[in-house]
Structures are given as structure tokens and as C-alpha cells.
Design a protein around this ligand. Structure first.
Ligand SMILES: C[S@@+](CC[C@H](N)C(=O)[O-])C[C@H]1O[C@@H](n2cnc3c(N)ncnc32)[C@H](O)[C@@H]1O
Length: 367
């Protein structure tokens, strides 16, 4: 049987909604509670949760994908983009250093289990941020964690990104270690022991891998994690605005694109996540976060779609997939409880890929 997914519990959602405030929203309404009931009020606040899609919008998305399929990346350039992926991320970090992605301060809200794992017994705990970029998870984790024995490994296949982390004044070799590693490579890095990680953090990194390498990545994750260890995951979802606005000659293969700066991005469906993680890990959460962001000044609507997941390496004798006593669901609804974080990757796409005026993102995007 194909493993499926479990929703976050209602209790989790209530807890989250009471602890999470979008301070940029005029109403400061809790995440998850900003439901658009009356379409005429759409421009009255910056963001709406659990945005629903009508048939017309679905059709629009399918049309955009069909349009992109007519003009993919010219065949002779496809391999070049794949071959130069790391180099293009190097260029990205040479240009942006640590000024692009924002610190992921929402980790405690979205992934309380991560903090439970690393703070519970306050002993030695290892976390690995994979595809760490400028270390936007590493540094907040070390600062926010109450466990002085927490050690955070941060790796990226861009050597420039790793240099950016190491040059950060907060970088402390006693609390963390940054190094170059390719998640899609054939083995785990020599810097770490097999089965030594309590938590693996995958934030907007799986989408950067070639789909042919996903299985390698899964093997590596499995090897790195202690039995009972946790993976926290957040990434782009199918039909996210960033996908639909790609213009001509950006499509590498189905749902996989190259941005104007040469970096690659895939847009996942929930079912793909189930297939990928579910054969090895227990799926505690696999949820879709659909949010309508509006630019009130310009009257622009932006439909964002993100996926969020929590997966565990089974203990000896346990089966992967979904524990039988849990409810199984693959759709999204007001009870998914995946509100909270937003990524700034909207602006990762070059202006030529974007129909949006610069600055179209509302302040609440810059969480
Ligand atoms: C969209 S950025 C996200 C950065 C960071 N996780 C964050 O949320 O701020 C994707 C990162 O994944 C890295 N990356 C891409 N492919 C990778 C691979 N095969 N192995 C390791 N890192 C990779 C890129 O260099 C880049 O830093």
C-alpha cells in the first residue's frame, strides 16, 4: 500500500494560531485565521490563508503550463544548465552574500518537534541544515535553542555559500560546522558519522535538485539520520505563482525550471512527497499551504503554494509510511495548520521571469 499523510492535529493548529502573529498584517490576525469570506474585501489586508482555487483558476494554471511546454529550454542548453548548477549558485551567493534569504525565525512555530528533539533532554544533539545557503537556519537555531550542547552542521554544494556562512561573525566552530556537500551525491559527507543526526532541515533545497537525483538524496538522508530522527521540510508546491509566471525557454523538464540566473527549481505535488519520503520514513505531516498574498496598492493578487512536511526515520522493527492509527489525508484544508513561514524566494526569479512590478511582494512576505 502506498503510504499517505497525516494532518496536523486541531490542537496543534490552535496552539500555533495563538502563538503566531503576522505583525505586518494591519489586523495582526493570527495565521490560519485570515479566511477570505467576502471577495470584495480582498484588498483590505495583505494575506489570506487557505486560499481556495476555483475551476477557472485551475484552468488558468493548466494553460500556463501548456504554454511553457511549447517553449522549453532549447535542448542544447539543458545539459549545460545541469552541469553548471553549483557554479550558478556560487554566482548567486557572490552577488547576494547573506542579504537575500531571511533568517528562518518561524522554525519554532512551524516545527516545534525540532525544538522538542534538541531541547528535551538537553544532551548532545546534532542538527544538519542541508542546502544551508547563508545559514539562515543554522544561526537562528543556535541562538534560539536553549540547549548549549546543540551542534549544527550546515552544508551546501555551493562553496561560496559555505564561505558566506563561515565569514558570518556569529559563526562559532564550537557550536557548528559548515562544509561543502552535494545532497544529490553518492554518499554522505566524511565530516559526519552515519546515523548521527537527530534532525535534518530541508528548506527550499530539494526543489533545487534534478529529479533524477532525488533517490540519491533520500538514501543520503536515511543514512545520516539516527533511528527515530526527524526531517523537517518546506518547499515549493505545484502551481505556485513562481511556477506559473515562468516565461519562454525556462522549462527543463516537467515542473522543473531554470531561473534567469541559472539556478534550478522544481515545484512538487503532495503525492510526490509521499512517494519520495514514504518508502523509508514515517510521514507525520505532508501538508499544502496555499496563501493569497495581495499588493493592496497595486491591486495585485499572488497565489503562493508551499509544501511542508515532517518525516521520521523508523525505529528498528517499525514500518515506514503512515502509522496505522493516524488519519490519512493528502488534500489541504483549513485544518492543515501549515500557516506561518513565508520564503523570500519570490524575488529569486529574475525580473524577466516576472510579470509583477518590483516591490510587488507585501511586507508580510519578508518574514
Ligand atoms: C533556495 S536556496 C535555500 C537556502 C536555504 N535553505 C534557505 O532557506 O535560506 C537553495 C540552496 O540549496 C543549495 N543546493 C542546491 N542544490 C544542492 C545540492 N545538490 N546539495 C546541496 N545543496 C544544494 C543551493 O546552493 C542553495 O543554497
Amino acid at each position: 500500500m502506498e503510504p499517505a499523510v497525516t494532518p496536523t492535529t486541531t490542537e496543534d493548529i490552535k496552539k500555533r494560531e495563538s502563538s503566531s502573529r503576522d505583525v505586518n498584517s494591519p489586523s495582526s490576525a493570527p495565521f490560519g485565521g485570515r479566511l477570505l469570506v467576502d471577495e470584495s474585501t480582498v484588498f483590505e489586508q495583505n494575506a489570506w490563508d487557505h486560499a481556495t482555487w476555483g475551476e477557472e483558476q485551475e484552468q488558468h494554471a493548466r494553460n500556463e503550463i501548456a504554454r511553457q511546454n511549447l517553449n522549453p529550454v532549447p535542448q542544447e542548453l539543458v545539459e549545460t544548465y545541469h552541469a553548471e548548477a553549483a557554479e550558478n549558485w556560487n554566482k548567486f551567493y557572490t552577488k547576494n552574500e547573506n542579504k537575500f534569504f531571511k533568517d528562518r525565525h518561524w522554525l519554532r512555530i512551524e516545527f516545534p518537534e525540532l525544538f522538542d528533539m534538541i531541547e528535551a533532554e538537553a544532551g548532545e544533539k546534532n542538527v544538519m541544515e542541508i542546502g544551508c545557503g547563508a545559514g539562515n537556519t543554522m544561526f537562528p537555531l543556535i541562538i534560539e535553542s536553549k540547549n548549549p550542547k546543540l551542534f549544527v552542521y550546515a552544508c551546501d554544494f555551493s562553496s561560496t555559500a559555505v564561505d558566506v556562512v563561515k565569514n558570518n561573525t556569529e559563526y562559532d566552530p564550537k557550536r557548528g560546522k559548515a562544509f561543502v556537500w552535494d545532497l544529490a551525491g553518492d554518499d554522505i559527507p566524511p565530516e559526519v558519522e552515519p546515523e548521527s543526526m537527530d534532525v535534518l532541515v530541508l528548506i527550499f533545497v530539494l526543489s533545487a535538485l534534478h529529479p533524477d537525483r532525488w533517490e540519491h538524496a533520500m538514501n543520503n538522508l536515511y543514512k545520516l539520520l539516527k533511528p527515530g530522527g526527524l526531517i523537517v521540510f518546506r518547499d515549493y508546491g505545484r502551481y505556485d505563482m513562481a511556477q506559473l509566471r515562468f516565461k519562454k525557454n525556462r522549462l527543463l523538464s516537467d515542473n522543473f525550471y531554470v531561473r534567469g540566473d541559472g539556478t534550478r527549481v522544481y515545484f512538487f505535488e503532495s503525492d510526490e512527497i509521499v512517494k519520495l519520503f514514504g518508502s523509508r520514513f514515517t510521514i507525520d505531516q505532508n501538508a499544502v499551504d496555499r496563501r493569497l498574498i495581495v499588493n493592496r496598492l497595486r491591486k495585485v493578487k499572488m497565489y503562493r503554494v508551499w509544501l511542508q512536511g515532517k518525516f521520521r526515520k523508523p525505529l528498528a522493527g517499525q514500518a515506514p509510511g503512515v502509522p496505522s492509527e493516524t488519519t490519512v489525508r493528502t488534500d489541504e484544508s483549513a485544518e492543515d495548520g501549515v500557516d506561518g513561514p513565508v520564503d523570500t524566494a519570490l524575488s529569486l526569479d529574475t525580473p524577466s521571469d516576472s510579470p509583477l512590478p518590483s516591490g510587488a511582494a507585501t511586507p508580510s512576505l519578508e518574514a
